[in-house]
Design a protein around this ligand. Structure first.
Ligand code: NIG
Ligand code: FE
Length: 415
């Protein structure tokens, strides 16, 4: 209770009569619904049962009778953030690559010399599963404190059956032991391991890794890095189609450095999302939107690689708002969705309302989630973020110390 503003979902932001500047809402959203007094969200058994006027709801559901009552104290209440793209299980230290990139060495050159992803692969192979779980849980703590209540985590620093299974098992254990919901993605096709070529390694992903991953029964999505000198469109297609046969929903990293046509593949195989999209054309974006593939932008990665951001215009022209993810990984050491939202505004040019939509409802769409995840409608999960600030604009606006005051997961105060 006590909210100055409630961000309910794509169709409405409920603001109260309280003063304070109002951000212009995204073109795709109807204007805010104004309430007379404060706003409130009521939840029961982990689900939202009512949203709206605080006085009215307080009569129906007196806060003093509630098991959990949180005073938003004039702050903004939003859905918990849904981060649709991370590589949060890793080991080792690649901070020296940060310095090398500053000296002008490219990400691709580092990878071609056996650094980058391949270096993290060596470290993850040597790290016991228990340590991977402990490190992941520490990162989940940090994410939760910044408002993330659901996060997708990819494997892909194993590149062999044993280590891919170990990574997925670590993801599953973290999911069970931590309040943040963790969505597992198999990404055996994250890079081509040394001593192999892409074609032969593609065969191994399909013939050895996918059956074992399906048997293990943890992964929900299958992702590939469709990129020049990594996996071609044809190789990516073989992997994603084989994954589909094992019941894994496709996702794709594409158009990060070169446009090979991965968006058309994403549309063909009905991927849940296509991610990065720095080099995508209007026709690529048409292909994604017409097949209901959620476009995911990762402005943190663009920031770290020199600040070339995707063009928002094609999305605007099509009344579409892309999802936003952190892409948290050793090459993009940034796990805060608030910071990703800042970069989505300052770098990509989204409005604060669009960025908030990108890290909530649209993040959930990139994970094919139904049931209201990423919204605060009646029936949505009671995953809430309370800002120490009157409106959602303060989330991207405050870009170092974030405005997240408290976080609820399934109706419990967890941060
Ligand atoms: O999404 N592009 C491939 N994967 C990650 C980077 C992973 C890494 O460098 O360790 C990404 O940016
Ligand atoms: Fe990625």
């Amino acid at each position: 209770y006590g909210a100055n503003e409630l961000v309910v979902g794509p169709d409405e932001t409920v603001t109260t009569s309280g003063d304070g500047p109002r951000d212009e809402l995204a073109a795709t959203e109807p204007g805010p619904l104004r309430l007379e007094g404060e706003g409130a969200v009521v939840f029961e058994d982990g689900r939202v049962v009512a949203v709206g006027d605080g006085d009215e709801l307080a009569r129906e559901y007196p806060p003093e009778n509630a098991e959990t009552a949180v005073d938003a104290d004039g702050g903004c209440v939003l859905p918990g953030f849904v981060d649709p793209h991370t590589h949060a299980v890793f080991a080792g230290d690649r901070s020296d690559e940060f310095a090398a990139k500053l000296r002008g060495k490219s990400y691709q050159k580092i990878l071609a010399e056996g650094g980058g992803i391949l270096r993290t692969v060596r470290a993850v192979r040597e790290t016991p599963e228990d340590d991977l779980v402990a490190d992941l849980c520490e990162r989940l703590d940090a994410m939760l404190a910044r408002g993330t209540t659901t996060v997708e985590v990819k494997s892909g620093y194993g590149l062999d059956v044993e280590t891919e299974l170990k990574t997925l098992s670590a993801i599953d254990r973290a999911d069970r032991s931590h309040p943040v919901d963790v969505v597992p993605t198999f990404m055996g096709a994250h890079a081509v391991p040394g001593g192999s070529d892409a074609e032969r390694y593609t065969d191994r992903v399909i013939e050895e890794q996918l059956p074992a991953v399906a048997d293990q029964g943890i992964a929900e999505f299958c992702d590939v890095f469709c990129e020049e000198d990594v996996f071609s469109v044809e190789q990516s297609r073989r992997i994603l189609e084989a994954g589909t046969e094992y019941g894994l929903t496709p996702k794709i990293h594409t158009d990060e450095f070169a446009n090979l046509g991965g968006t058309r593949l994403a549309a063909d195989v009905s991927a849940a999302s296509a991610d990065h999209l720095l080099q995508s054309t209007d026709a690529d974006i048409d292909a994604l939107l017409s097949e209901d593939v959620t476009p995911v932008l990762l402005p943190g990665t663009a920031f770290g690689l020199g600040g070339e951001y995707p063009d928002l215009e094609p999305y605007r022209e099509r009344d579409a708002v892309p999802a936003i993810g952190t892409d948290f990984n050793p090459n993009c050491y940034a796990l805060s969705m608030g910071f990703a939202a800042t970069l989505a505004c300052v770098g990509v040019g989204m409005t604060p309302a669009e960025a908030v939509l990108g890290i909530t409802a649209h993040g959930a769409a990139a994970l094919d989630r139904e049931g209201g995840l990423g919204t605060l409608e009646v029936g949505s999960p009671a995953d809430l973020v309370v800002l120490d600030a009157p409106t959602h604009a303060h989330l991207p606006y405050r870009y170092d110390v974030d405005a997240v005051e408290s976080v609820l997961k399934g109706g419990d105060v967890v941060s």
